[in-house]
Design a protein around this ligand. Sequence first.
Ligand SMILES: [Zn+2]
Ligand SMILES: [Zn+2]
Length: 301
Amino acid sequence: MIGGLAQHGHGKEALRVFNQMLKYGVSPNQITLVSVLCACNHAGLVTEAQKYFRSMKELFGFERTQEHYACMIDLLGRAGRLDEAMELVNTMPFQADGSVWGALLGAARIHKNVEIGQRAAEMLLILEPEKSGTHILLANIYASVGMWNNVAKMRRLMKDCNVKKEPGVSWIEVKDKIYTFIAGDRSHVRSEEIYAKLDELSERLGKAGYIPKVEFDLHDVERDEKEKLLYHHSEKLAVAFGLIATPAGAPIRVKKNLRVCMDCHTAFKFISKIVSREIILRDINRYHHFKDGSCSCGDYW
Ligand SMILES: [Zn+2]
Ligand SMILES: [Zn+2]
């Protein structure tokens, strides 16, 4: 239960269940504490997590495992406390593995930290050379701070190493049928309506104060062009289709094979409010429940 609640962004609720468990005298084990830290992570509860992490031995009688460290490093990184996260990597009694460096790379991308991003990517390329995401994330960091020469270098490297970007795919179920979308998809029979819906939304979003997050786009093209590319991401197409194909007020459930991008995440917060619909998006890491202008993940994901 604690793990499930954490995954859906109900961090506080997960901690409430955990406290209830303690009250009833059920002893937690190391795995329980991984879920508890995960709950804190998804809800951005840094202080809470630190309390459990620091005094795990005194409170529950067991040593911290590699998973606990990994969770804590991830949590600090997401909260923007990258130096503390790095400090933990350097002092922990374990060798940092791919998941730890992956978490740091993700955090470096969110917080545009080139130095830590480079270090994490370096380690990942040694530990998990077969993974394609590393080059892309590092290129994303370079793009976000306008280091286009380095972006170009990464692209060349990816081409030389034959690294292919896994295409983003989103899908939505409407009346027992599954509809799949890729970025810029025009193969759907209602394609015209979908794009018209996106145009309409784009106008209303602009009025509501949404600004496309073009700095995370890798293409070295003009801002106008970037905005267009962002608007046609697979998850936006799926949501737009959900809007025209389901009755007003019904929640929209979309799934995506990769992590949801920063721009779509922001856009969906606005859309949930503008059209008064709940949007539930399951990406590769977790569930996002967008409602009334905010997301259940509290922007930590
Ligand atoms: Zn997107
Ligand atoms: Zn979210």
